[in-house]
Design a protein around this ligand. Structure first.
Ligand SMILES: [Zn+2]
Ligand SMILES: [Zn+2]
Length: 87
């Protein structure tokens, strides 16, 4: 039986990835907003998840309204060969 490989990334990577790709593109992107993002993500106690899952969850819980809605492949993970999500 073939086990389906779950595309996952480290939570700390996801925090900085999300912030750099989405939070910096809206006006409320303060240092406080970043702290809140970090605090929230770490409170999940999940060491890793997919980029897609992270986006979905953080947008539900954090008051974050990025102008950019479309999720593009993460360049870092692409360079490292880390699978990200299934389209
Ligand atoms: Zn934000
Ligand atoms: Zn990534």
């Amino acid at each position: 039986m073939e086990e389906k490989k779950k595309p996952i990334a480290n939570i700390k990577h996801l925090i900085s990835w999300y912030h750099a790709n989405f939070c910096v593109k809206h006006e409320e992107a303060t240092e406080q907003h970043y702290s809140e993002l970090q605090r929230m993500a770490l409170s999940w106690n999940t060491p890793s998840m997919t980029h897609e899952e992270f986006c979905t969850r953080i947008r539900q819980e954090l008051h974050c309204n990025p102008n950019k809605r479309h999720i593009e492949p993460c360049k870092t993970c692409k360079a490292l060969g880390v699978p990200q999500w299934k389209w």
